[in-house]
Design a protein around this ligand. Structure first.
Ligand code: ZN
Length: 342
């Protein structure tokens, strides 16, 4: 029997999307993020979206129909095939079809950020970063973020970090082993990093030894355990819901977007993907933050990195506890005189 497409759309078109979405909601706890046609673009804009802590699923539209409760009861397979074309992928706006696959993600900001708008900001900012990085503040979105960080700093209290932190150095780059080797590096050796300009001191720490190990490229390294004795004011991009609830949505989106979390994909001095995070560093420093806590692009399971921007804190308040030599398989404790850095 040849099915009349127009008639099916006329009869069921109005209610179909609601039924489809509520079926989806009863099955999955996440929302549609993208389809097979735009998946590559989605993960380029949101590199941390594959973080294990977020719920994510993938299902073909035909399999969805076969396993669905409501849709299968209301529509025949032929009707469903026609009606699904009235539903668009929320990411690329292309119509779905029975051969489409959809990805469902539970991103922390999904209800509050217009992902498509945010992606167009990312696109503009990445373009400025790659061509005229000193002009970032001419972009309204970048300038808004700078203002947000100033307001955020006024509302953020300095606090003491009650657990140890870790700092790694590649083993072959250390000649004389002492805790001094784990303090601020000399300016003349500093290349630009995710949160520092070339020649600008910043101390990169991590929440645990494994994150440290992976951040230095998973090679044999020394990892020093330390603690910070003073209260510090932290810009928290890992868990803004708790730390900065008034601006949590903007910070979540920033931290998980390609602006801040793009994995370094160039070599040598050309690092345009760090321009925006260095811009955030400047804004954070200007606003009075001592440090930025940010998710790792290497290990994603509640691990974090902490970059100390305030050199006084890095010089005066850091106390080293112990040292470990670490490779892929094992940690080897190293005996070394404990000292605080002055
Ligand atoms: Zn799509």
């Amino acid at each position: 029997m040849i099915i009349d497409e127009e008639k099916v759309l006329e009869e069921h078109g109005v209610m179909f999307e609601d039924n489809f979405i509520s079926d989806l909601d009863s099955w999955f706890s996440a929302d549609i993020a993208c389809c097979n046609g735009c998946y590559d673009g989605f993960v380029t804009f949101w590199p941390l979206a594959n973080d294990v802590e977020f719920e994510r699923s993938l299902i073909g539209i035909q399999s969805f129909y076969d396993g669905s409760k409501r849709c299968k009861k209301i529509y025949t397979n032929e009707e469903f095939d026609i009606l699904i074309s009235s539903v668009e992928c929320p990411h690329c706006d292309e119509s779905l079809s029975s051969s489409s696959t959809i990805w469902l993600y539970e991103l922390p900001f999904k209800y509050d950020v217009n992902v498509t708008d945010f992606e167009s900001h990312i696109y503009d900012l990445v373009r400025i970063s790659e061509t005229t990085p000193f002009l970032l503040l001419t972009n309204q979105f970048a300038s808004n973020i700078c203002e947000i960080l100033k307001k955020l700093s006024l509302k953020t209290l300095a606090e003491k970090i009650e657990h140890p932190l870790y700092r790694a150095r590649v083993a072959t780059q250390i000649d004389q082993l002492s805790f001094d080797q784990f303090t601020l590096p000399p300016n003349r050796f500093i290349q630009e990093g995710r949160y520092n300009h070339a020649g600008q001191q910043a101390l990169y720490l991590a929440s645990d030894q494994q994150t440290c190990f992976q951040e230095v490229g998973s090679v044999l390294c020394y990892v020093a355990e330390c603690e910070i004795n003073d209260k510090i004011k932290i810009l928290d991009l890992c868990n803004p819901n708790d730390s900065h609830p008034d601006f949590a949505i903007e910070l979540w989106a920033l931290a998980y977007s390609a602006l801040m979390s793009r994995v370094l994909d160039t070599e040598g001095y050309h690092k345009p993907c760090y321009v925006f995070s260095r811009f955030i560093t400047d804004c954070a420093r200007l606003a009075g933050f001592d440090a930025i806590k940010y998710p790792s692009t290497k290990v994603t399971d509640n691990n974090f990195n902490l970059v100390i921007l305030n050199n006084e804190i890095a010089k005066e308040s850091l106390k080293f506890n112990s040292l470990t030599l670490k490779d892929n398989n094992q940690n080897y404790p190293i005996s070394i005189a404990t000292s605080s850095v002055t």
